[in-house]
Design a protein. Structure first.
Lengths: 272, 267, 284
């Protein structure tokens, strides 16, 4: 379980202080797939970095399985449990061969060579990149690089995986790959996923959507409920899935349609 | 974007030289270098050249790939030869204030040929070992020096990351050059000062990008529990086999023989 | 008018790594057009657009600008004044101390005088929707990603090109950022600037593009109006492309027997046609 208890975070010094997060309280249970949706500058990335201790809260506490992230002696235990995938596919890969990069995490943990080998193979298989083990990352597409990054995090055998806008720089094919891989990791391996994004269609696939705006939590619930009020979300700087917009357009044109529509499939089913 | 084989790039093929422990290869290059510098006659240099041809055959790497590395040096070689030619002892032909010296010609030729032999010989190191192997080998060879505060792990990590980012940064530079060219920037001025300044619109964004990448990479490394070399293990470890030790000893002996031969009063 | 005639381009000819990126490309971009160039990754989109401003020269075939042949009658440098090219993530080209200096780089390279450069900078900022007083003297690196994107675009607009070629201009931006870019492009197009936009997002182009060119494996496979392109949904999917959600809705409903007339794929027009068809169906 990940808990945020009255967490605030400020950037900058006293003269130019930016209040990125304001008194956030949030609990994420084991096995959840939570999407964090928000406009640029809403505090999403800050929130991500507070979970694995890359940042420490200015006020309040972040606990991962009961361990506080400010406990410097325990932060390494936390990083073993909380894996993170960042936005830029290139700036996470340190080695010029895929399997060498995936081995980086377990090597840092001091695992035995045979153990590292096993974890690397396992992680690459889980993301479907086994055949690319000897490739130079430079030759991979954006989606493939991100899958290597995910494998690198998986090799640490994390309980939680945080995705910080991991699909923003990818093309639609790459985004599909990542979202698909992530959902499988959650459903088949039971990994708790915290998926930060600004793309509504991706957030709609989660079990729970938390909307962040101006450093505070504005909404928290199932996607159908969160995306129901299109205008409220617009004022929070957040969009809704296109299918929801179409549904609303039809509603305004006089057609009777529920406001829980999120996909074209839902929409077609509702109209027929 | 530059594709194609850069000078000395790894040539993938199966051979005893490729399979040799990379640490042995590095050490042998060092011994070879010392031996060649000890040679003072042309017969010795010819013997050294013959040894290189032998290595080329055993490694199954086309020797022309190793010779490619000499091209950039041709100006330097010519220049060195000329300096030796005109500043040697025992003037043979006087040309006004300058003179041509035969001993000078000989030493110039020796220095030049020695350099060519070293460049071609050393190329076989990178042609038969992958960058990862070489980085691992350097880290392993430097490890004992940790006792005298040499940061072996950090050096190896820096090399690994640098190698990893070379193609990425090359592609980025290409993109920035094209973006600025699209805004009317020109890079072909003949005036060296203007030419240097014309690269500011490329170098500034490139440096900024490199710093940003470094920050992001550091975060990503920390997120995977990196905290320096302490307590770190490796998935792959170099293991010196009997064959490697034997090769190291016997080839070193050959090079010592080369040095002895090269110091005899022969041509 | 830009015209490409039977252009073929091969990378690294004569080496073992040679590969033909473009084959027999013929297309015309008229003044004032708004064209989207789509295609799966590796189809040659980047290679194609780099021909338009002379960064690359065709291996065979020709490029003409307003009737004059590029290479012989007009130099690449002249071409770049009329045809602006904006790469993906253009913020990486920012380098000057202030926003105004960076935007002025292009005009200064052109040899324009101080007052003219200043006026171009001011206009460019207006065109991208940024307030001069607020932004001109700031460092480009103190801006947000979306703002940097707009400054980079302004840097090209300051050269007053009549054709603007953009490679995935909204890549990496959030909804607000995307809107700002599209508002700017629509404004420019209304002023008569032709836009050629490479994009992966069909949803985006459905609203603004009047013509879509589909590239696959270095060849043009489709070149038509959006509605006709999106009607070929299964073909697009085969080559790895999607269609906008609105178009998908229309297709799916037609399959179910609805009679939908949508002649455009904009959201508004699709909603209106679908609403009409649904009401008709319920009335029967």
């Amino acid at each position: 379980m990940v808990e945020f208890k009255n967490v605030s975070f400020d950037y900058g010094d006293d003269e130019n202080k930016i209040n990125a997060l304001k008194d956030i309280s949030l609990t994420i249970e084991d096995g959840e797939f939570v999407a964090i949706l928000g406009h640029n500058g809403s505090g999403k990335s800050t929130l991500a970095r507070l979970i694995n201790g890359l940042l420490a809260p200015s006020r309040g506490e972040v606990l991962v399985d009961g361990i506080s992230t400010v406990d410097r002696s325990a932060v390494w235990r936390i990083r073993r449990r909380v894996g993170m995938v960042f936005q830029n596919p290139d700036n996470q890969i340190i080695a010029s061969r895929v399997e060498e990069d995936v081995a980086f995490g377990p090597e840092n943990l001091g695992c035995e060579p045979a153990e590292i080998r096993a974890r690397v193979d396992e992680a690459l298989a889980a993301v479907g990149m086994r055949d690319f083990a000897h490739f130079d990352p430079h030759l991979l597409s954006g989606g493939e690089k991100q899958r290597v990054a995910i494998a690198g995090a998986l090799a640490m055998r994390p309980k939680y995986l945080v995705f910080d806008e991991a699909t923003s720089m990818l093309d639609p094919r790459g985004r599909e790959e990542i979202v698909g891989t992530t959902r499988r990791l959650n459903s088949d391996y039971g990994i708790t996923v915290i998926f930060i994004t600004h793309i509504p269609e991706e957030a709609a696939l989660a079990g729970r959507v938390v909307v962040l705006s101006g450093g505070t939590i504005a909404m928290d619930g199932a996607p159908q409920a969160v995306f129901a009020d299109v205008d409220a979300l617009a004022s929070l700087g957040v969009g809704v899935p296109k299918a929801r917009l179409l549904a609303r357009g039809l509603e305004q044109a006089g057609i009777d349609i529920p406001d829980s529509i999120l996909t074209v499939d839902d929409l077609v089913a509702a109209l027929c | 974007m530059r594709f194609g084989l850069t000078i000395g790039e790894y040539y993938p093929v199966d051979s005893p030289v490729h399979a040799l422990d990379p640490r042995v290869k590095i050490l042998l290059v060092l011994v070879f270098t010392i031996a060649v510098f000890a040679v003072v006659n042309f017969s010795g240099l010819a013997a050294a050249a013959a040894l290189i041809v032998g290595v080329a055959l055993v490694s199954k790497v086309p020797i022309r790939l190793a010779v490619k590395g000499v091209r950039p040096l041709l100006y330097l070689l010519a220049f060195t030869f000329i300096i030796h030619l005109f500043t040697g002892a025992k003037p043979w032909i006087e040309l006004g204030p300058l003179h041509i010296s035969l001993p000078g010609a000989r030493s110039g030729a020796l220095v030049g040929i020695r350099l060519v032999i070293l460049v071609v010989g050393a190329a076989f190191l990178t042609l038969t070992s992958t960058p990862i192997e070489l980085t691992d080998a350097i880290e392993s060879l430097l490890a004992p020096l940790k006792k005298v505060r040499v940061p072996a792990h950090e050096i190896a990590m820096m090399m690994t990351i640098a190698l990893r980012f070379i193609p990425t940064l090359a592609a980025e530079t290409d993109k920035i050059v094209k973006a600025q060219a699209s805004r009317g920037a020109r890079f072909e001025s003949s005036n060296p000062v203007t030419r240097a300044r014309s690269f500011i619109p490329v170098l500034v964004p490139l440096f900024l990008s490199v710093f940003r990448r470094a920050d992001e990479l550091a975060e990503a490394m920390e997120a995977r529990a990196y905290r320096g070399g302490e307590g770190r293990t490796r998935m792959r470890r170099l293991e010196m086999k009997g064959r490697d030790v034997l090769t190291l000893i016997s080839v070193t002996a050959v090079f010592v023989g080369l040095a002895w031969f090269g110091r005899l009063p022969l041509v | 008018m830009i015209e490409m005639a039977k252009v073929t381009f091969e990378y690294l000819p004569g080496t073992p790594l040679a590969h033909t990126a473009l084959t027999d490309i013929s297309l015309t971009i008229a003044e004032g057009d708004f064209v989207a160039l789509v295609g799966p990754t590796g189809s040659g989109k980047s290679t194609l657009i780099q021909h338009l401003n002379g960064l690359l020269t065709p291996t065979s075939g020709s490029l003409s600008f307003r009737g004059r042949r590029v290479g012989s009658d007009v130099s690449p440098l002249e071409l770049r004044r009329e045809i602006g090219l904006i790469f993906q993530f253009p913020e990486s080209q920012l380098f000057e101390h202030t926003v105004a200096d960076d935007i002025g780089f292009g005009p200064r390279r052109q040899g324009l005088a101080g007052p003219e450069v200043a006026s171009r900078v001011e206009n460019a900022l207006i065109q991208v929707g940024l307030d001069y007083a607020h932004y001109a003297q700031r460092s480009p690196f103190s801006l947000s990603g979306g703002e940097q994107r707009l400054v980079a675009i302004a840097g090209v607009l300051a050269m007053r090109p009549r054709f603007l070629v953009l490679d995935e201009p909204t890549s990496g931006l959030d909804a607000c950022g995307k809107e700002a870019v599209f508002d700017c492009l629509d404004r420019l197009n209304n002023e008569g600037v032709a836009i050629l936009m490479v994009t992966h997002s069909m949803d985006e182009v459905a609203e603004s593009a009047r013509r879509i060119i589909v590239l696959n494996e270095g060849k043009i496979v489709l070149d038509d109006k959006p509605e006709r392109i999106f009607a070929r949904a299964s073909f697009l999917r085969e080559i790895g492309l999607d269609i906008p959600k609105a178009a998908e809705l229309v297709l799916r409903l037609r399959e179910k027997g609805f009679d939908i007339e949508a002649d455009s794929v904009s959201m508004r027009s699709v909603v209106a046609s679908v609403a009409a068809a649904v009401k008709e169906r319920c009335a029967n």
